[in-house]
Design a protein around this ligand. Structure first.
Ligand SMILES: [Zn+2]
Length: 216
């Protein structure tokens, strides 16, 4: 049965993007919803402004509120840009994300030159607040990231600037995809997916050797 037609789409007049997306999912439990529908719901009902950061709000519903929101990464029968909240249950282990206090956050920003600190293969992202993200599009907003996943270290110091770094929205999402908040384990598949051709080749060679498909 194709239940895509049965999706309820509001209207949702909640003030925050996150609250509108949450209401939308709760109205459509166990139904397949699409990226387009999510963007429609996330769009400001008053101004008609389409938010750039709806994907980040989705991540927060998972990590902060403990909802299960499945995507093709979790379920083979979902296609890319399809999502599903199977039930309204919120994992009790989900902790509200702790933030550094204002003074600490200012120091963290200062120490990183007010730039995204994401580093990959020796190259730092370096996007600044207000820049246009050349990869993901949209205006960059820097938010605090606890360097080690919060699920592993519930006791973190909001006053210790060495524990934090500024990340742009795209790299916040990327980091969340890298770590499974429930288990604290690395999401190796997501990492390989986002790696370079060269790195994928290395992994491929490694696996070939590992499984003995080719002679070392
Ligand atoms: Zn970045």
């Amino acid at each position: 049965m194709d239940d895509r037609n049965a999706v309820i789409k509001g209207p949702y007049n909640q003030r925050s993007i996150s609250a509108r997306i949450e209401a939308f999912f709760l109205d459509n439990l166990a139904k397949v919803v699409t990226r387009e529908q999510l963007i429609e719901v996330a769009t400001d009902p008053k101004t008609g402004r389409v938010p750039e950061n709806w994907h980040q709000r989705l991540s927060e519903l998972r990590t902060d509120k403990g909802y299960t929101i499945l995507s093709w990464r979790n379920r083979g029968d979902l296609r890319a840009s399809e999502y599903m909240m199977p039930d309204a249950e919120q994992r009790s282990t989900a902790s509200r994300r702790t933030r550094p206090n204002a003074a600490t956050w200012n120091r963290v920003l200062e120490e990183h030159g007010y730039r995204c600190a994401w580093s990959e293969g020796g190259i730092t992202c370096g996007l600044r607040k207000g820049d246009i993200d050349p990869v993901g599009g949209g205006t960059v907003c820097l938010t605090p990231d606890h360097k080690t996943p919060h699920a592993l270290h519930a006791e973190i110091d909001p006053k210790d600037p060495t524990k934090w770094q500024p990340l742009c929205g795209r790299h916040q999402v990327m980091k969340k995809n890298y770590w499974d908040d429930e288990t604290g384990w690395l999401n190796v598949v997501a990492i390989v997916q986002s790696s370079s051709e060269e790195q994928k080749r290395q992994v491929y060679d490694f696996l070939n050797r590992y499984f003995g498909d080719i002679e070392p």
